[in-house]
Design a protein around this ligand. Structure first.
Ligand SMILES: CC(C)(COP(=O)(O)OP(=O)(O)OC[C@H]1O[C@@H](n2cnc3c(N)ncnc32)[C@H](O)[C@@H]1OP(=O)(O)O)[C@@H](O)C(=O)NCCC(=O)NCCS
Length: 387
């Protein structure tokens, strides 16, 4: 099991990338540590904490800096650095088959590196990338959103993720003192330890299905003429002004959104003006069943290419609200709109209230002719104090 950084750790040592090759001596005999050899325990711990903080500062300030972990057995052989463009291939090589082939990182990596509110941190072992985590500051500077966490398959189960999470928390604390909590979204069942560590903020069912874009378009067109004579309320597409008003409306936050949180393609946000402004800039199709008093709010994010198969797109639809008919109407409208210019294989991940899962699965597979990719699973938004 990994040790908590800084706790009873022997003196730490930092190394810059340019010094890395020079230093071949075993960790315990390198210069920085030797000089600490005679320091009293208390002084040593203080020094250890200082050098930990310095390492964090180094990674923050110099993108090319490679920082070694303090000698916390068994992870003293880890080094940390900020990710750069040239690390992309190595990151891909540790990311094979994750998220069932729906990894979003390859299509977002470039944008992530450009984002001034985001840090992408790599852990290396003997110079090779073995883990990645990204942290983005949201909620007007109050929250660190943890994303993209992955560890190379051969290194899993050894506590690497835990150490990387801890290192990133230290970086956030140092760079953004206003951040108080860290939040993340996951889809693996939460164990008792997770529930001790995290508070559950929101839970949605995950409906995963796939289709060929051309076939679905045809089916939607046929369905349109079949339904042509039936009187139904059409969903309303929301433009910036209405959307802003709805998202900042207390009734909507209380009645429709879980814990006043909106999730857009795995990213959970509190309904704060800064977040809403950011969401408005994104390529997202927003809908509601009613402009003034909605019971269902839904959003479909722009499709992106995924590694699952060549040319395969992933489409994400987040739905909030529990009334079946408007949900179905909005799903139809989102699919129509978003598959307009798509061809070939599309995997759709739909997040919705758990009681609607089965009904929507029947609708998408039975009525629309899509294929179910997996059975019922859940998405969890969890939060913990930044420690
Ligand atoms: C999930 C994964 C990153 C765990 O890495 P790991 O190095 O094997 O994990 P560790 O040995 O450090 O042990 C688990 C620790 O990671 C944390 N962890 C496990 N899954 C996690 C997840 N999905 N999100 C955040 N933390 C997670 C656990 O809380 C635990 O921390 P704790 O010891 O403080 O309780 C790794 O299995 C992996 O890369 N899987 C494929 C990608 C993936 O599913 N990523 C999850 C993104 S939501």
């Amino acid at each position: 099991m990994a040790h908590v950084l800084g706790e009873n750790a022997p003196p730490k040592q930092w190394m810059h990338r340019r010094d890395h090759k020079k230093s071949q001596a075993p960790l315990g005999t390198r210069g920085g540590e030797k000089s600490c050899g005679g320091v009293k325990k208390l002084g040593r711990e203080k020094k250890s904490l200082r050098s930990w903080k310095k390492g964090v500062q180094d990674v923050l300030t110099h993108s090319s800096t490679l920082v070694e972990l303090p000698q916390t057995n068994p992870h003293c052989d880890l080094q940390f650095s900020r990710a750069a463009e040239e690390d992309f291939e190595e990151i891909l090589s540790i990311s094979k088959d994750i998220y069932g082939g729906l990894d979003y990182l390859p299509s977002r990596y470039g944008a992530w590196l450009q984002d001034p509110h985001r840090m992408v941190i790599l852990a290396r072992k003997q110079g090779k990338v073995i883990a990645l985590q990204s942290v983005c500051v949201i909620d007007d500077g109050q929250t660190a959103l943890v994303e993209g966490l992955r560890v190379a398959p051969q290194e899993r189960g050894k506590g690497v993720a835990r150490v990387l999470l801890k290192f990133c928390s230290q970086m956030v604390k140092s760079r953004y003192p206003s951040v108080k909590v860290s939040r993340l979204t996951r889809d693996d069942p939460l164990g008792p330890r997770d529930l001790q560590k995290y508070q559950l903020i929101a839970k949605q069912g995950i409906l995963l299905f796939e289709f060929q874009a051309e076939k679905l378009r045809q089916r939607l067109a046929d369905l349109g003429s079949e339904l042509g004579t039936v009187q139904m309320d059409r969903p309303v597409r929301l433009e910036s002004e209405e959307l802003q008003r709805l998202l900042l409306n207390e009734d909507v936050a209380r009645d429709i959104l879980p814990n006043g949180t909106i999730v857009q393609d795995w990213q959970p946000f509190r309904l704060l003006p800064g977040n809403v402004q950011m969401l408005l800039q994104r390529e997202v199709d927003w809908m509601a069943d009613d402009m003034l008093r909605p019971t269902v709010l839904s959003l479909c994010s722009a499709p992106f290419l995924v590694p699952l198969s060549l040319g395969c797109h992933c489409l994400t639809i987040d739905i909030f609200g529990r009334v079946l008919e408007p949900v179905q109407q909005q799903v139809l409208a989102h699919l129509e709109h978003s598959t307009h210019s798509l061809t070939g294989r599309v995997v759709c991940q739909m997040f919705l209230a758990p009681p609607l899962w089965e009904l929507l699965a029947n609708f998408c597979c039975g009525t629309l002719g899509a294929e179910l990719v997996q059975g019922y699973s859940e998405q969890y938004v969890v939060e913990a104090d930044l420690v």
